[in-house]
Ligand binder design. Structure first.
Ligand code: FEO
Length: 396
């Protein structure tokens, strides 16, 4: 149901408590998500963003209980992706001439999705729309995270409608940052950053600095997913600046997949060796086939070093490791060291393939890795421990 964000803005989105996979199967949503849509009532009435298509009818029915749709003067589409533009078809059927304010790229993406020639009004950074006591100021946010993304800032109330930026796939009730579980909130916020925004980190920094240069006070950040940041909203801006700047914690992560436990035993021995040198470092091990891929990527994002292991199978890698490498390649993580390991029985090219993939992604691979034949015996396990020690010394 809708709720008041403040005296002038009402949340009219959808809470999706059931969602467990987003973007197809690309992003796991253990805690559901929300599609946030906002109704601003000033002298003019403005609707900011809509919801994902499967909820379109439900959304329109609820919106009609909140307002006569004919009273909506302007629609703002901060981003054309279907989770926010998905109800436009239903909405525009009801109010076909209402102008839709968005970037030029969003006109293209929205037309590309729905093939409709609605009443689009193209806006650029700095353009303003007077809605009465407040003005809406548009700020293009190209590649945060699509070419069409933009922020909308409402003067007087100092509210930033940031769309995906500063969001989380997280549903909780109520939906204000000061009223949800803080640990859950930050876990979902960093996962969102680590799995969606890291490729664009240089742009994140530049855009935040640009917004700060506008010297617009921000009292509230209304995202398109998850909570509304009303208590010290600058905290998430500061976190983004930190995350965008080669973020790492004192953590080393080992990710592996193993056919008959040989590579698993190597991982544990390497971790033991690392521990001998890095006594205060948090070390985490994950079997890539048994742990959620996006949770693993979040751990990679937090790490200062990552070791990746796979048994060699059919002259290649195990499926889970290939998939994770592909995802890591796209994420372009910064400020991390890498190495490869794995067991084999015949040809043993697994570690070379891992190294090639990592180097192809321009990651810093500190050595040629370690491979062991068949199931490691005591001598081989000792060699793995020494490899771990040597790796830890090298990354100091
Ligand atoms: Fe939440 Fe890029 O859509």
């Amino acid at each position: 149901m809708s709720f008041k964000v403040n005296y002038k803005v009402t949340w009219v989105g959808i809470k999706d408590w059931e969602l467990r996979d987003f973007h197809g199967d690309e992003y796991s949503t253990h805690r559901g998500t929300t599609y946030n849509s906002y109704l601003i009532r000033d002298e003019k009435t403005v609707l900011i963003d809509t919801v994902w298509m499967p909820f379109a009818k439900e959304y329109i029915e609820r919106l009609k209980k909140e307002i006569d749709l004919d009273e909506i003067d302007y629609i703002i589409a901060n981003h054309g992706e279907i989770d926010h533009s998905g109800a436009l078809v239903e909405l525009m059927r009801e109010i076909p001439n209402t102008p839709i304010y968005c970037t030029k790229a969003a006109i293209n993406s929205i037309k590309g999705h729905y093939h409709q020639d609605w009443n689009f009004v193209e806006v650029k950074t700095g353009d303003e729309l007077n809605i009465g006591k407040s003005k809406l100021v548009f700020i293009e946010a190209k590649m945060l995270h699509w070419p069409d993304s933009m922020f909308t800032y409402m003067t007087k109330d100092n509210m930033l409608f940031s769309n995906d930026a500063f969001g989380q796939h997280y549903v909780s009730d109520p939906m204000f940052n000061d009223l949800v579980n803080e640990e859950e909130l930050y876990q979902e916020a960093i996962k969102y950053y680590a799995n969606i925004l890291t490729p664009f980190s240089p742009l994140v920094t530049r855009k935040i600095k640009e917004v700060l240069d506008f010297k617009l006070p921000v009292d509230m950040i209304c995202t398109s997913h998850g909570v509304i940041w009303r208590d010290n909203p600058v905290q998430i801006i500061e976190k983004y600046l930190e995350w965008a700047d080669g973020y790492q914690e004192n953590q080393i992560t080992l990710i592996y997949d193993s056919m008959w436990h040989g590579t698993r035993r190597m991982a544990e021995a390497i971790a033991e060796g690392i521990k001998d040198v890095e006594k205060d470092t948090r070390i985490k091990l994950f079997n890539g086939a048994k742990t959620d891929k996006n949770d693993i990527l979040t751990e990679v994002f937090k790490s200062k070093a990552v070791l990746i292991g796979s048994s060699t199978v059919n002259n290649g890698l195990l499926y889970s490791i290939s998939g994770l490498l592909e995802m890591m390649k796209g994420m372009k993580y910064k400020n991390k060291k890498f190495a490869a390991f794995g067991s084999y029985g015949w040809s043993g090219e697994g570690i070379k393939i891992i190294n090639d993939e990592l180097k192809d992604a321009k990651y810093d691979v500190v050595n040629e890795g370690i491979r062991e034949l068949w199931n490691p015996d005591d001598v081989q396990i000792e060699r793995c421990k020494n490899f771990g020690k040597d790796f830890a010394e090298k990354i100091k």
